[in-house]
Design a protein. Sequence first.
Lengths: 751, 751
Amino acid sequence: MLASWISATVAADCGQRPFTAKAVRSRTGWRSVARAILARTAAMLAALTAICGYAAAEDGYDLWLRYEEVETRSLEAYRNAVTHLVSEGNSPSLRAARTELGRGLRGLLGSDLPVTEGVAKPGAIVIGTPRSSPLVAGLGLDLQSAGSEGYVIRSVRIDGHPATVIAANEDIGVLYGVFHFLRLMQTARPLERVDVAEAPRVRLRMLNHWDNLDRHVERGYAGASVWDWHKLPDWLDPRYTDYARANASVGINAASLTNVNANAMSLTPLYLEKAAALANVLRPYGIRVFLTARFSAPMEIGGLETADPLNAEVRRWWLDKALEIYRHIPDFGGFLVKANSEGQPGPQDYGRSHAEGANMLADAVGRHGGMVIWRAFVYSDEEPDDRAKQAYTEFVLLDGKFRDNVMVQVKNGPIDFQPREPFHPLFGAMPETPLMMEFQITKEYLGFATHLAYLAPLFEETLRADIRGEGDGATVASVVDGSLHGYVQTGMAGVSNIGTDRNWSGSHFDQANWYAFGRLAWNPQLDSAAIADEWLRMTFTNDDAFLEPVADMMMSSREAVVDYMTPLGLHHLMARGHHYGPGPWVEGGPRADWTSVYYHRATEQGVGFDRTASGSDAVSQYAPGIAAEFADRERIPEELLLWFHHAPWNYRTRSGRPLWDELVHRYTRGVEAVRGMRDTWESVGKFVDPERHEQTAVFLAIQEKEAKWWRDASIAYFQPFSRRPVPDGFEPPAHSLDYYKSLSFPYAPGN
Amino acid sequence: MLASWISATVAADCGQRPFTAKAVRSRTGWRSVARAILARTAAMLAALTAICGYAAAEDGYDLWLRYEEVETRSLEAYRNAVTHLVSEGNSPSLRAARTELGRGLRGLLGSDLPVTEGVAKPGAIVIGTPRSSPLVAGLGLDLQSAGSEGYVIRSVRIDGHPATVIAANEDIGVLYGVFHFLRLMQTARPLERVDVAEAPRVRLRMLNHWDNLDRHVERGYAGASVWDWHKLPDWLDPRYTDYARANASVGINAASLTNVNANAMSLTPLYLEKAAALANVLRPYGIRVFLTARFSAPMEIGGLETADPLNAEVRRWWLDKALEIYRHIPDFGGFLVKANSEGQPGPQDYGRSHAEGANMLADAVGRHGGMVIWRAFVYSDEEPDDRAKQAYTEFVLLDGKFRDNVMVQVKNGPIDFQPREPFHPLFGAMPETPLMMEFQITKEYLGFATHLAYLAPLFEETLRADIRGEGDGATVASVVDGSLHGYVQTGMAGVSNIGTDRNWSGSHFDQANWYAFGRLAWNPQLDSAAIADEWLRMTFTNDDAFLEPVADMMMSSREAVVDYMTPLGLHHLMARGHHYGPGPWVEGGPRADWTSVYYHRATEQGVGFDRTASGSDAVSQYAPGIAAEFADRERIPEELLLWFHHAPWNYRTRSGRPLWDELVHRYTRGVEAVRGMRDTWESVGKFVDPERHEQTAVFLAIQEKEAKWWRDASIAYFQPFSRRPVPDGFEPPAHSLDYYKSLSFPYAPGN
C-alpha cells in the first residue's frame, strides 16, 4: 500500500493525476504514516520524485502482465500466503517460471520473495515437476489429468506448514501454472484453499502472423511486424521474450511467423537461420515455430520446373527442405499452407487435390514430428458458385484422405471474418479429418485498431453453435476440441493483431482480443464475459465500480459493430481492398465475389443473398436440422436473415418494423451504442491512468465518427433501392451518396 | 545522490546491474546513511522495489534529454545556483519552456523547483522576453545580437540576489535558451558565472523526412514512419511532442514531413488536415511544417491536362492550392521539391527550366510567407555526361534567376551521400542564389542502423572545405551560412534517420547523428569532437573514463567505414537498390550510372574514375585553385584519389605501397578499426546500463561481420583486375567472388 501511495505521489509529481481509485484510497489511509516516515528527510521525497525520470508512461506495453501491487485489503492475506519460493530443478522453462514468479510477486506484493532450499515456514510456493523436484514428487499429487501441458495448483501442508504447490508433469506446465497462480492474485482471488487442476482442451493453440519479410503486416493495424528480420539472427530484440511471456501466460503454444500469402524466400537458409534464432527465444515458453510454405517454392528457390506434388523431384526437394529446416529448428512445428486460394499456387495447378498437396508436405515433415496445417479458405478463380459454398464443396469429399499429421484449418464462417457469419458448414462435416479453427484476432472487418470491439462473444457464438440442430451437445467447440469425432490432433489458430506499436495490438482494448483468443484456445468452453472480467482486472483494476460498466461495454461492443456496419446478416460491404469504411456500392473489378453487390444483391424488390434452395442452396451444406432452420425465413435467427434470404423491403421483421425501417433502426442503434461507450468510458476516467484513458477516449471518438459514416453511407446507398423514406425520428444521412462514394483512402493500413 | 542510490538499488532489485559508475560511487558513500533511514521500515524498501514495475528499460527513448541526476560533487553547487523559477508571460512556447525546465531540473536536481512571482532569494532562474516579462525587461539586457531565435543566459543580480536569466527577444528563443541552460548542467558545466549569447547562424534548420503515406520510410532504418497518417488528425501520438522537444533542444526549426519522391495525395484536403494537426503540435517548439510538392500534382489531383509551369491554369491551381494549405497551416513553411530527377516529373517535361518551375511555386506560396526549396540533386535520364557533373551543369546557368523565396538545396557531394565525397562544386558557384546544404543523417551508404558511424566529422569535413583553394576563409560553411555571398536566406537540411523504433534512430549511437546535425545547423563552425563529447555526456555519463575512449571511437568511426567500404575515393559500390552490402560487380540494368562499374572503372590497367581533363573533366567545375589540386594526382588529398583519377594498380601511394597493396591495407584497417571499437565498448561496460550496452555490442558485432564482408568481397572482386596477389600478411577473402555475388537480400530495409 505504501508503494501505491508512492506511485500515486510520483505520478502526481510527474504532472499526472493519481490514476487508480486504489491508489487514491490507500493514499488517504497511509498518508499520515508515510508522512511520518518521509519527514525524516526531505531528500527522500526529492529522491522519489527523481524516479519520475524512470517512470514509464502507461503505454500498455506490459499488457495484462502489469503485476501492479494488489489492493490494501488483500495484501496482508497474500503476504501471509506467499512468503518464500521453493523451486527445484533447472531447465529453460523452469527458469522462465521462476523468473516470472519472482517478477510477478515483486510487483503484486511489493517485495522480493526469498528463494529457499526447502519449506521452512508457512507460505511456501513450491513449483516443479515430480521429475525435477523431490519435494513435489513427495507430495504424491495425482497429475494424470494434467497431461503434458496441464498443471495443478493446490493448497497443501508440507512439514506441517501450509504451502501452495504448482506442479505439472512437464516443465512447461509449471510455467503455465505459475501464470495461473499469478492470475489468481491479479484478479483478487483468495489463496487459502486453492485447488486448481487445468489442462488444455486443444492441443495446438496458435497465432498466425500474416507478416511479410519486409515487415509489412497484411491486415495489421498495430504498426510493422515485430519480427525484425533484417537484424536477425544477431539481434534478439527483448520484445521477443515479452511476446513469448504474453503468449505463455494464456497458453498459446505455437506461432506461424510468416504470411499465409507466402514467400518462398522464408524457406531459404538465410531466413531459416533467422527463424531458428526466434525459435530459440520462444522455446522455453513452450512456443513452437511454424512457417508458411509457398507451394511453388521448389520452382522459385529450388530451381525445379514443377511443383507437382506427385513429382519425385518435388517430393525429394521437400524432404530435403524439411531435413534442412529441422537441422535449424529441431522442434519445428510444421507448415501452414494457403494453396489454390486467391491466386496462391497449389496442387490443383497440376490437377492434384488438396489432399495430395497436403500429404506430400506431411510426408516431408512427418518423420520429424511436424504437422501440416492446410487452410480450407479456398475459392475458385472462376467463381463457379456462391463463394460461401466452395470450401465445403472442395473439402468435404476429401474427408479421410489426409495423412494423420495434417489438419485442415477452417475459418469460423464461410466467407471471411465478417462481423457476423453463421458457423462454417465444414464443422461437423469432416468426421475423419481434424479441423482446426481459424479466428481472426486482427480486426480487418471490424474497424481496425480504432474501433473497440471485443471479439470473444464472436468466438464464443461460433464455438457454441449447435451444428446439428438437435441440441445433443454437438457444437463447433466439440469439433474443435476433438470430442465429437475423436480427433487426436486438435487446434485453434488466431490471426494475430500484434505489431510494433508500443501497446502491441494497436489499441489497449485490442489486447483483450489476443488474451481472449488464448484463453478460448486453451478451453473453448470458457465464457466470454468471464474472460473480459479477468482481463479487465489484470489490465486495469479490480474495482467493481470500473469493472461492471466497462465489462458491459466490452460485451456489447461487437454487436454495435454488427449494427452500424452489417446488420441482419448483410456482409462483405467494406470498401475495396483495404476494407476501411463502407463500400456497399463496390462493383466490377477482377471478380464478382470481391464486390459488395455480389453479396447484398439489393434491388427494388429487396435485399439479401438467397442461399436457400431457390438460390445458391448454401443452406444444404448444413446438417438437416440447421438447414431447415436457416432456410425458413420465419425461423432463422434474425441476425442471419439477409445472409440466407433475399427479403422484400417491406418484409415484416420480428420487431414489427418493415425490413427497411429495421435496417435504419439497427444502423442507428449501432451509432448510439458507440455514444454510450464513450459516456461509459468518460465516467470511469478516475480509475484509469491518463495515458490509456486518453488514447481510448480518442479512439472511441473516431469510432463514433466512423460508425456514423457507416450508417449514413449505408442508408444513403440502400434507400433508393427501398424507395422508402428514412423513417420518422431518424436523421437522414449527413451527406449525399456521391459524397460517400467519392471518399478514397489509398493508404489505409494493412492492405 | 540518494536518488542515485535508490535508482541503483531499484535497478539491482530489478535484476539489472547498477548501471553507472556514478551510481556505484554514490551507492558506496551513501549506503550506510540510506540504510539507517530505510531500516525504519522494511516496507519502505519493499515499496521502492515495487517501483520496478514502473522503471522503464533503458531503451533510449529519452535520447539526450535523459536529465539523470547530476553527480554528487556538482549537486550541492547546482542546488544553490538553482532554487526557484520565475517565469512571466504565457504563450505555447513559454509554457513549453517552463515545462521543460521543470522536467529537466526535477531529473537533474532530484526535486521540484518552486515557481514564484518574483525573486525572493538567491538562485532564481528568470526566463522570458522583455515583452512578456517586466522582470526581464528591467534587466536592460542587450538582446540585439540574439535576433528572433537567439538568447542570452547570464548570471545577474536581482534585488541583491544572485540569479540566472534566460532571455530572448521571442518566446522560441527562451525555449532554446532553456535547453541550453539544461545542457550546461547535463554536461557538468559550472553555473556561477554564466555568460552565454547565442543566435543561430543558419536561418532554416530542417529535417527532411523521406516518409511515405503508407509509413514506409525510404532509406529508413529505424522502423516505420513516426507519422501515423491513418489516425491523424484525431489521434496525436504523444511521440509527436517528444519529437518536437528533441528537435527544439538542438534548434531544428523546420520539418518536411513527406518523401521528396512525392505523392500528390499529400496535398489533398484529407492529408492537409492531418499535416495541420501535426503542425499544431510542433508549432510551440518553433518547428514549421513543409511538404513535398509533386510537380505533376495539378494533373494527378487537380484534373488538369498539364503541369506546365507557364500555363495559366496550372499557375492558378498552385495559387489556389497554396491558399488552401495556408488556411490549414497559417505558418506553413513551403514546398520541398525534387523535380526532373530519377524519374520525378518537373518543368523540363514542358521545356521549362528548373528556375521557371521553382518560381511558379514560389509565386504561389510567397504571398503567404512561404519558401520553395528546390533540390539540385538532378541528373538526366539520358546519362549524357558524368553524373557527378550534371547538377552543376544544369544549375550554374540559373544563378540569379530564382525568386527571392527560393533556395536551392545541394547535397554535400556531387554523387549521393557516399562515405566520402569531395564537396559539391555548386558551393561557391552560385553567388546570386541561396544554396541550402543537404546532409543525409540516415546512413543509406554507411551501414544502415547497425554500423556505428558518427557523421559529424563527415559534415564538418564538407563545411570546412576550402572552396577556392586560396585559404581566404571561403568555405562551404561560409556559403551555407550566407556570409560569403550575403545570402539573406540560409538553410541546412538533414535527411532524417527517425522512425518508430523505440530508440528513434535505429541504434543508440545513431541518435548522435541527429543531434550533431542539429548542432551544426545552428552553428556550422562547431567542432565535431566537441559535439560528440556533449552528446555522450548527455546521453551516457560525464565520467572521463567513459568519455575519452568512446569519443575517440566515435571520431574515428566514419573513417573506418570509408576504409572497409570505399577507400581512396572509390564510391557507389553498394549492392543495387537497397545499398546493403558490397556490390562492386553491379553492372547492366536500366542505366549505367546506377551501376558500380560506372564508378570504379576497374580494368587490368587500373581503377578509378578519370575526372580530369583527360576524362570527364569534372575537376573543371571547381574553382581554379581547387581544380588544379584535384587534377594533380600527386597533390590531390589521397582519400579522393580514385574519385578523380584512374590510377594503375602499381601506382605508388604516399605510404610507399603500390595502389593495390594500399587498397588491401585500407580495407583491412577498416575491419581492424571495428574490432577496436568492439574492444573499447567492451571496456566501458560498467558505465552503461545493460540494455543499451548489449544492443550496441551486438550491433558492433554485426558491423565487424559486415566490415569483413565488405573487405573480402571487394578484395575478391578487384584482385583479378589487379593481377596481383593479396599482399603478405593479409588474409585472403574468406569466400570466392562467386559466393559474394550470390548473396541476395531482397528485403533489406529502406528500399
